[in-house]
Design a protein around this ligand. Structure first.
Ligand code: NDP
Ligand code: TDO
Length: 284
């Protein structure tokens, strides 16, 4: 029997990218919360509110063999939901739980980029929540879970890129952080990589993102440059006088070359069809 996948938070930025990537290969179901207009008529989308609904009822209806969680909402309720997901995975033969985690689990360690083997330490509420879910999953049998840690996710339709384009168009302020060193991915690339992990029945901890780093300020100045001649009003915000890192480097995660990429690949993907190819570059 083919894999049946339930994406919790399929109406969101990450969830929708995953749905688009997976739905032509697997029997995929998803949840939405506020986007009634787009999803209430879609047979495979179920309304789900972490505050009110019981995720167990949803699981018993859909009976997924793979659950991918990319939910937003109240962190304490989300943690309860993940306790239920974890219990379901524990008692359901060959059911696997994929948790979309975040680089923020390392936001208590700012002096170097994180590798999969590094011990996480979070100070933000978001980081502490994600770390608590990671700890939950680690109580499952090893082959029953995958923790996918994402850095900042860009993409042609990424909210942060949309905000930049809006700031360019309306000559508005766009905050950049010259002391912040990050790595990045896009919604399409992370979806391809998670597709691979689902297909190959991989398990454990995975870092998704570019293999190199860039300063947050340089990244958005470069993207703006490639989008065209207009600029937003870049507001440089320093939070420390030394570099602080917020990066999840994929040291051990992916060996296939199509899963290895650098910041320039990401910048080109995000600005595709928008950069003005000059004669010089096409002749190179
Ligand atoms: N975007 C990024 O750069 C990164 C994101 N992540 C993590 O990935 C996850 C998803 O992120 P992203 O897709 O950007 O977030 P979005 O806000 O775009 O999506 C959140 C999803 O959760 C749903 N949701 C929100 N509130 C509730 C609720 N109360 N009950 C049930 N469902 C709810 C939303 O439904 P609806 O849209 O219908 O309201 C949506 O499907 C988050 O945990 C985030 O920390 C990690 C690293 C980077
Ligand atoms: C708002 C803000 C962000 N930052 C940095 C850290 C942060 O990860 C990065 C992007 O934050 P923004 O809020 O602008 O963008 P945003 O896309 O909202 O942040 C995302 O970040 C990634 C890593 C996640 O884990 C997501 O869950 C989400 O929190 O910019 C600062 O250094 N100072 C700030 O005041």
């Amino acid at each position: 029997m083919g894999k049946r996948i339930l994406i919790l938070g399929a109406s969101g930025f990450i969830g929708n990218a995953l749905y688009s990537e997976l739905q032509s290969y697997f029997d995929v179901y998803g949840t939405y919360y506020s986007n009634f207009s787009d999803f209430s008529k879609n047979q495979v989308f179920y309304h789900f509110d972490v505050e009110k609904d019981d995720v167990e009822a949803l699981l018993n209806t859909i009976k997924p063999s793979v659950i991918i969680s990319c939910l937003g909402g109240q962190f304490d309720r989300l943690l309860d939901v993940h306790k239920q997901l974890s219990s379901y995975a524990m008692v359901t033969p060959n059911c696997r739980l994929f948790f979309i985690s975040t680089v923020k689990v390392f936001d208590g360690i700012k002096s170097y980029p994180a590798l999969e083997t590094d011990k996480a330490f979070a100070i933000s509420n978001q980081g502490k929540y994600a770390l608590a879910v990671e700890k939950l999953l680690k109580e499952l049998p090893a082959q029953r879970y995958a923790i996918i840690r994402l850095p900042l996710v860009l993409g042609v339709n990424a909210p942060v890129v949309t905000n930049l384009k809006y700031a360019i168009a309306s000559q508005d302020v766009f905050e950049i952080y010259p002391d912040l060193v990050i790595n990045v991915t896009t919604d399409t690339r992370l979806s391809q990589q998670i597709h691979y992990l689902v297909n190959q029945s991989k398990y454990g901890i995975f870092h998704v993102g570019s293999s190199d780093l860039i300063h947050h300020s340089d990244l958005f100045e470069e993207i703006s440059e490639k989008l065209g001649s207009n600029k937003p009003i870049f507001k440089q915000v320093y939070e420390s006088n030394t570099d602080r890192f917020e990066a999840v480097l994929p040291k051990k995660s992916f060996s296939l070359k199509e899963h290895k990429y650098n910041v320039l690949d990401i910048v080109n993907e995000v600005t595709l069809n928008q950069s003005i190819p000059t004669l010089k570059t096409t002749l190179l």
